[in-house]
Design a protein around this ligand. Sequence first.
Ligand SMILES: *Cc1c(COP(=O)(O)O)cnc(C)c1O
Length: 369
Amino acid sequence: MKIRLSQPTIGVEEREAVARVLDSDRLALGPVTKAFEEHFAKLVDTSYAVAVNSGTSGLHLAIRALGIGEGDEVITSPFSFIASSNCILFERAKPVFIDIEEDTLGLDPSNLAAALTPATKAILPVHIFGQAAQMDPISSFANQHHLHIIEDACEGILATYKGKTVGSFGDVSVFGFYPNKQMTTGEGGMLATDDEQLYDQFLSLRNQGRRTDLQWLSHYQLGYNYRISEITAAIGLEQTKKLKGFVAQRQELANKYFEILGDIEEIKLPHTPSYNTHSWFVYAIQVEEKFRNSLIEHLHQSGIESKAYFYPCIHLQEFYKKDFGYSAGAFPVAEKVSNQTLILPFHLNITEEDIHYIKNCIQNFFSRK
Ligand SMILES: *Cc1c(COP(=O)(O)O)cnc(C)c1O
């Protein structure tokens, strides 16, 4: 018996769409990428979307297109996947971390004021684990101080905050399609924005700094090759069509977990404040720090994959400690959550029986303590 942590859901539609592209004579920069982008923009309620080859590439272009560079600061979360902070370093700007709050595990808005300096250019909230950060106070602080907002929505696709979908709050938002995400293209990502100028910049920057209306070998600015192929886009378009259904199934699965694990006293189940709907990137539980790693090991012995998530926090990653002088204790809430959290198997092939088995294994673990 082996219950995997995550697993993509790929159907006959994706296979057929890929085959159609392979049978065509257009493998890059074609109509399927365009259709994927248009479909995606509608889904996340923005005017424009630009597909790129990873979430990290998308984050980089967001920083780049907003003109954030050396000497600038961006306020962001230490409790995240490292790309949400690295993208700031790519342009030699400085990530300024603030602690998170326990409700959403996103940025704690009450910490924003203390982090503000004349060099602050943007806030980069991360919608972690599939749920929105507190966008109202974050947006009003940004408006008040003329800061850009870049949403890292790579884990939060189709989550809502006060009824509005994640990705539609910021100047720009970024989504990721790695195989463990709610939808996948293998590798891939998407930028979404309402701003036409940013949209034009994204098209140019992902495509070697070309102007969209100029000839192929005319480059007016430094750019990258962050394009996706039509093959990848074909998978993305089909996954996008199915995404609402995927998220609904993830919400059902989360409900099953709540129902079945609800009476184990030693674990803390995920929390969703009433203003949020969760899109369930992962199902993350917390246990006392001293039990976390041995519980993961116990589950592993029982054929159940689980993982410490996110551990360590970004500011405690080796090169952040070395380059910025951070040490443990800097962000107590983020560090506590990081020390206590593990994620459980979560994908659309998990059955109710699997969850009962996981529950029994967790109970066995604590009864032996
Ligand atoms: C997945 C993810 C990304 C992007 O990852 P890629 O592997 O580059 O697509 C960025 N930020 C967060 C928080 C993520 O979870």
